[in-house]
Design a protein around this ligand. Structure first.
Ligand SMILES: NC(=O)c1ccc[n+]([C@@H]2O[C@H](COP(=O)([O-])OP(=O)(O)OC[C@H]3O[C@@H](n4cnc5c(N)ncnc54)[C@H](OP(=O)(O)O)[C@@H]3O)[C@@H](O)[C@H]2O)c1
Length: 231
């Protein structure tokens, strides 16, 4: 797999930035989005990818992202829907506005940008969409109502798109990482070298994409093998 055209949302840090780096290393063209101008610039400088300061919860921004891909690369072969954030609260203390704002990014933003990209992929007769879900969308946990619901939604949406798009040669791959040591929420998974790294998830995504196009991994859960190990 060489020379494909990637659009990666939330590529300014964490898992998204690791996918940007691996895709560039493999010789692909990459456009990525993010919100923090300094981080976007860092990733762009370090990888040669093209970074855009765009918010996936905005339809206008998503249109700009797609148009930038068309102008710079002539289209999009791989869409990685990675941008998301978390909101944790127990039932009885939920701020519904915060939950809705989170859904605007994690769910509606993901649907909106894909809704703009899929017609292009249909025209091409092929393409890959990678949706980053989570093991939080596979098993509920205390204070997980909002975030788990958003990731459960991403898994369900992925299955719907598989039903629609497999016959058209477009693959939809749902990736469910367990805890990854990124700057997620400023703290998740810190200080445990045995937990997952962003690069592990990026490598999983590239492995799924590298499979021959007749092969679909509909959903991949990724766990650290032994996070309990004491060094
Ligand atoms: N870390 C974990 O333990 C874990 C586990 C399972 C699943 N995941 C999933 O993996 C994905 C990446 O998580 P991560 O750990 O890499 O998080 P992260 O380090 O916090 O990075 C999130 C990225 O998404 C971007 N982003 C957030 N909201 C955005 C928006 N509205 N528009 C555009 N970009 C936006 C951020 O941009 P800026 O920084 O520029 O604002 C950043 O580049 C998410 O879908 C997350 O739900 C993470």
């Amino acid at each position: 797999m060489g020379g494909r055209r990637f659009l990666i949302t939330g590529g300014s840090q964490g898992i998204g930035a690791a996918v940007v780096a691996l895709a560039r290393k493999a010789g692909h063209q990459v456009v990525f989005t993010g919100r923090d101008a300094r981080l976007i610039e860092q990733v762009a400088q370090g990888t040669g990818a093209h970074g855009l300061r765009l918010d996936v919860s905005s339809g206008d921004d998503n249109q700009k992202a797609v148009e930038a891909c068309q102008a710079r690369m002539g289209g999009i072969d791989v869409l990685v829907n990675n941008a998301a954030f978390g909101y944790a609260a127990g039932i009885g203390e939920m701020d519904i506005d915060r939950m809705k704002t989170m859904f605007d990014t994690n769910v509606f933003g993901l649907v909106d940008i894909s809704n703009r990209v899929v017609p292009l992929m249909k025209q091409q007769g092929e393409g890959d969409i990678v949706n980053i879900a989570s093991t939080s969308g596979m098993k509920g946990a205390a204070r997980g109502t909002a975030y788990a619901a958003s990731k459960w939604a991403v898994r369900g949406i992925s299955q719907c798109w598989q039903a629609e798009l497999r016959p058209l040669g477009i693959r939809v791959i749902s990736v469910c990482p367990s805890e990854v040591q990124t700057n997620w929420g400023g703290r998740t998974g810190r200080n445990n070298p045995n937990k997952l790294y962003a690069e592990d998830i990026a490598a999983t995504i590239m492995a799924a994409l590298d499979m021959p196009h007749r092969v679909l991994w509909p959903e991949v859960a990724v766990f650290a093998n032994n996070p309990w190990k004491e060094d």
